[in-house]
Design a protein around this ligand. Structure first.
Ligand code: PHE
Length: 369
């Protein structure tokens, strides 16, 4: 018995010595259930991989505390509050959907706990905030990239837009797409709306398709995009479909089937980017662990974790205020998705254009800022 206790004592002594006697808690605020649960799973895969590869910082173990925001704005704010007040996390990774980050962000801001979003692209997410950061590009750039691609690469001049009116992401992306498309000389033939959960888009499509657009721009999320595009094809629409980053999830192809073949979208990652030596490391480790191809959300989740860990390292402390200050001065960080330098909360990065081909997401081009 005594021998057993001394072994236990020795083991705990070793872990105290090697991990500095504690853990650093990082909260994760993701949609693990609800309408866009697919996004939560893809991102968590990337965060977990990064955690597995780099589990410690400052000689301490990093502990991830995952909270499900159920794809909902109120729940996203509640999850942030619980992570901060109950779990006492030092920083938060999240959210994914801009509307959720816009509602959880102010909670982190008030509590002076830094938050890093991997994927929220609406400009307001970081605007005027001192504690909210992101590792992805923003919608003014994403919308511009989509418009340039449509005008120059697809060669179209008439676009119609169908957007989700309650998602800040959809609203901003539609706005910036339209702005650039018109500036280039293109025409927006019609703009119509839907809300999350809608299943029948025939009313909007009837009116939109009557304007004979050459491209349908749908800056929404995969559940509605897949149904909307199916209905558009059933109604005889033969033109292009172009979306934003919210299209990418395996469910798009599962639900959309043949109808989403040829669909183009703007996104954040492709192995071809070779942004830094981290790209290859990420791709190799990811495919080895999950036995599937990489995706943008996983890569961005991976980078969000690493940027945060790097900030803690540079801060030399797990004090949330010091982590915030270090995040603000992130410069030239070699991520899987790009070289990340944060300026006013945001990095400047390249966009990737992808296409659905034979039931797979394939690389179709780059757009540089
Ligand atoms: N950009 C989306 C938003 O702001 C989130 C997203 C990013 C979803 C990348 C999928 C892939 O809401």
């Amino acid at each position: 018995m005594r021998k057993f206790f001394s072994i236990v004592l020795m083991i705990s002594l070793i872990s105290v010595l090697s991990f500095g006697g504690g853990t650093i808690k990082i909260g994760v605020d993701f949609p693990m259930t609800g309408v866009v649960a697919g996004f939560g799973q893809m991102t968590l895969d990337g965060v977990k991989l990064a955690h597995e590869m780099y589990p410690t910082v400052l000689g301490k173990q990093i502990e991830l505390v995952v909270m499900d925001n159920k794809s909902d704005k109120t729940e996203a704010a509640n999850a942030a509050a619980r992570l901060i007040e109950k779990e006492r996390v030092k920083a938060i990774i999240g959210c994914i959907c801009s509307s959720n980050t816009l509602s959880a962000g102010p909670i982190a801001e008030r509590a002076h706990v830094p938050m890093v979003s991997n994927a929220s692209t609406n400009p307001l997410v970081t605007q005027g905030k001192k504690y909210v950061f992101r590792v992805c590009f923003v919608d003014p750039f994403q919308g511009k990239a989509a418009a340039i691609f449509a005008y120059n690469e697809l060669g179209v001049r008439k676009a119609a837009v169908i957007l989700e009116v309650s998602q800040d992401y959809s609203i901003s992306l539609a706005k910036f797409f339209k702005e650039t498309f018109k500036k280039l000389g293109g025409k927006i033939t019609k703009t119509l709306f839907y809300v999350t959960g809608d299943q029948d888009f025939t009313a909007q499509l009837t009116s939109v398709l009557a304007t004979r657009p050459e491209v349908l721009f749908v800056p929404g999320y995969y559940p509605e995009i897949s149904l909307l595009v199916r209905q558009a094809r059933q109604m005889g629409y033969k033109g292009y479909v172009l979306c934003g980053d919210g299209a990418e999830a395996p469910e798009l192809i599962k639900i959309g089937g043949k109808a989403v073949e040829g669909l183009y979208y703007v996104t954040h990652f492709d192995p071809k980017m070779a942004a830094s030596e981290m790209t290859g490391k990420f791709v190799d480790a990811y495919t080895k662990k999950y036995h599937k191809g990489t995706d943008a959300l996983g890569a961005l989740g991976f980078d969000a974790y690493l940027v945060l860990r790097d900030a803690i390292q540079r801060a030399g402390s797990d004090d949330p205020q010091k982590i915030r200050d270090a995040l603000e001065s992130t410069k030239g960080f070699k991520g899987a998705t790009g070289i990340i330098t944060i300026h006013h909360g945001d990095p400047t990065k390249s966009a990737v254009i992808k296409k659905v081909e034979n039931g797979k997401f394939v690389y179709a081009g780059f757009v540089n800022p």
